[in-house]
Design a protein around this ligand. Structure first.
Ligand code: PMP
Length: 349
């Protein structure tokens, strides 16, 4: 079996791939999943079940609206400020790396930005602490898991303003109280399926705050009213997301969370035990989803990459801006794949 450690689109469970491929040839009512109308009952039942599973697995209360939109998390970087900000308002950000910076850059087109904390001074290898009271902005935006730098927020404080979070790379990977957030978004191509779609969980009271002059396709209220089918959705991506959610429910989140803990622990222990490797992320902020590490000597990097490939371990190169290695171990990565990689790291010389 090939173990794909890509950061996203990421490995999917074999049974999800099997079901997804069968549905291409024959879904229901003599149609392929690729041919069904997004206005048919067939799609309505897919979307309804996916939304209700998200609600159940995130243990969301009734205050939330759930949307499946097309595109990726990057779309939300721009849509959020477009809906909620204007030139004389501001958004607060904690800058924890590459994807926070992208969200900040998009927001600057619409409003002022206040960076209330940043870990840029140490190459984003930790999550900064900051004063949580009296933040003067419309909302605070954070990136709960930093896919490229390999850091992760470990707990979430209470703030005096709404909390917005990009959870693209760690949604449903660990125990979190989702109800303490006001706006959560994530691409579907890591823990929630494949590329082409994203999810938005937003508190209903935010809908009243939406600017009036937002074009329909970018307006969250419009998507709520149109039940996520204002524009023709990526039916297949939403269907695969449903298959992933069903798979997670079957595994149970309890088991998934315990495995994620163990998988990350195994890899960090192996890296720390071999002097040829180094993980520069501060221990208390190490991500359970993206294990970022380097070889101490550049020459060893290529050698390790070869030995990984000959052991059926693929896509462990770090992000193009970071170099080194990154092992992404989302929910679908089996324990056996991590055991294999951990043994390889431990014994490499
Ligand atoms: N946020 C985070 C944390 C990410 O890891 C990524 C990359 N997958 C994005 C945003 C951007 O997502 P997309 O490529 O789907 O726009």
């Amino acid at each position: 079996m090939i173990y794909n450690f890509n950061s996203g689109p990421a490995m999917l469970p074999p049974e999800v791939l099997q079901q997804a491929s069968e549905a291409v040839l024959h879904y229901k009512a003599h149609q392929s999943i690729l041919e069904i109308s997004h206005r048919s009952y067939l799609y309505e039942e897919i979307l309804d079940e996916a939304k209700s599973l998200l609600k159940e697995l995130c243990e969301l209360n009734d205050d939330f609206e759930i949307l499946y939109l097309s595109g990726g998390a990057s779309n939300l970087f721009a849509m959020i400020p477009m809906n909620f900000l204007t030139k004389n308002k501001s958004a607060a950000f904690v800058n924890t790396g590459y994807w926070s910076e992208k969200a900040i850059a998009a927001t600057k087109y619409f409003s002022k930005v206040k960076i209330i904390a940043s870990s840029e001074n140490r190459h984003y290898n930790y999550i900064p602490s900051f004063v949580t009271k009296n933040i003067d902005a419309e909302y605070l935006h954070i990136t709960t898991n930093n896919t490229i730098e390999g850091t992760q927020w470990k707990n979430f404080e209470k703030f005096n303003i709404p909390l917005f979070a990009d959870m693209s790379s760690d949604i449903l990977s660990r125990k979190i109280n989702y109800n303490q957030f006001d706006f959560i978004y994530a691409s579907t191509h890591k823990n929630l399926g494949t590329a082409g779609s994203n999810i938005v969980l937003l508190k209903k009271n935010l809908l009243e705050k939406i600017n009036e002059n937002v074009p329909a396709i970018f307006n969250f209220k419009n998507h709520v009213d149109a039940k996520s089918i204002y524009s023709t959705p990526s039916v297949y991506a939403v269907f695969i997301s449903l298959l992933m959610l069903r798979w997670m429910k079957k595994q149970t989140l309890k088991n998934i969370f315990a495995n994620n803990n163990l998988k990350a622990k195994m890899l960090y222990e192996a890296i720390d035990a071999n002097p040829n490797f180094i993980c520069e992320v501060e221990k208390e902020f190490r991500s359970q989803m993206n294990i970022v590490f380097k070889a101490k000597e550049k020459l060893l990097e290529e050698k390790f990459m070869h030995s990984a490939a000959s052991n059926e371990i693929i896509n462990i190169a770090g992000h193009r801006t970071a170099g080194g290695f990154r092992a992404s171990i989302y929910n679908a990565m089996p324990m056996a794949g991590v055991e294999k990689l951990a043994a390889l790291i431990r014994n490499f010389n």
